[in-house]
Design a protein around this ligand. Structure first.
Ligand code: ZN
Length: 293
């Protein structure tokens, strides 16, 4: 649950203003919304939503799936797929080493978990992106896993939900990662032709090539409160249009107001909202609720 440590990662000395968040050895953290000190255990019970102000902290992919699937039970697919480092890429360190280190830290081989289970009694495929895996970036494995999930949805006549949390395409895979945008979009077209619903859930952050492809292609595009959603970052935009951007630009609420999203849904209401939406698309679930396992 170390997402928020990033906020204080610059805190090295005891003089630093944020140093008390480091001194507590990770038991407490300061809410980015209300600046109150929160006990981390409390946050776990609310799936990382501040009980005082409702601020939504980032949530890792496993916790996300546990929250959405009935009884937290799901079957994972393609967990062994890993990047072949097609470009032999080296930045501050070789990409292969970066992948190994990230795998050790997250126990994942790439930035997305594809799973099947039941949501309010209905069989669904859910893909959840992992923001801690190289910024939730999309490389060939992410694209392939989503494409396979789409194909599973078509084969089993099952709706699809993708929960995005991504910095965009993965730099270390260059054009290969950009091609995933076209690949996933084409697969979503086939899902559409099969008359199966796809709901895109955008969480903090959803940017770059992920926003520019599957995250905005849902039959419903819904976001969590306060999520950063955009293509390029605000500084790049300000520099290219030479205008100051309005307050709250690129946050969920702003995008909803300007017609880019269908709804902003709090994390605590997300599962019920998805269940209602799927009922709307497909008719009420034919399977009895007690068949959840
Ligand atoms: Zn708060």
């Amino acid at each position: 649950m170390a997402w928020f440590k990033r906020e204080s990662s610059g805190a090295r000395g005891p003089q630093n203003e944020d140093s008390h968040t480091v001194r507590t050895e990770g038991l407490w953290l300061k809410c980015e919304g209300c600046r109150e000190i929160i006990w981390k255990k409390d946050l776990e019970t609310t799936f990382n939503v501040c009980g005082k102000c409702g601020h939504h902290f980032r949530l890792d992919a496993r916790a996300r799936l546990t929250m959405l699937f009935d009884d937290g039970v799901y079957e994972e697919h393609d967990a062994s797929l890993e990047s072949s480092d097609p470009l032999g890429f080296v930045d501050s360190k070789p990409y292969k080493e970066r992948l190994k280190a990230t795998e050790a830290a997250t126990h994942l081989k790439d930035a997305l978990i594809a799973a099947t289970g039941k949501l309010a009694g209905r069989k669904v495929n859910i893909c959840a992106m992992e923001p801690k895996f190289i910024g939730g970036s999309m490389g060939a494995v992410t694209g392939e896993k989503i494409t396979r999930a789409i194909e599973r949805s078509i084969a089993s006549h099952t709706p699809l939900i993708v929960v995005s949390a991504s910095g965009g395409a993965r730099m270390q895979e260059g054009a290969v990662s950009l091609m995933q945008m076209a690949k996933v979009s084409a697969a979503l077209m086939r899902l559409d032709e099969s008359h199966l619903p796809y709901i895109s859930v955008l969480t903090d952050p959803t940017t770059g090539g992920v926003t520019a492809s599957f995250a905005m292609l849902g039959d419903l595009n819904i976001a969590e409160p306060g999520a950063l959603i955009g293509f390029a970052g605000p500084r790049v935009i300000e520099q290219s249009i030479r205008q100051k951007l309005p307050e709250g630009f690129q946050r969920s609420e702003f995008l909803l107001k300007h017609g880019m999203l269908d709804a902003v849904v709090a994390r605590g209401e997300m599962k019920a909202y998805l269940a209602t939406a799927l009922d709307f698309f497909l008719g009420e679930s034919v399977e009895p609720m007690n068949d959840a396992a």
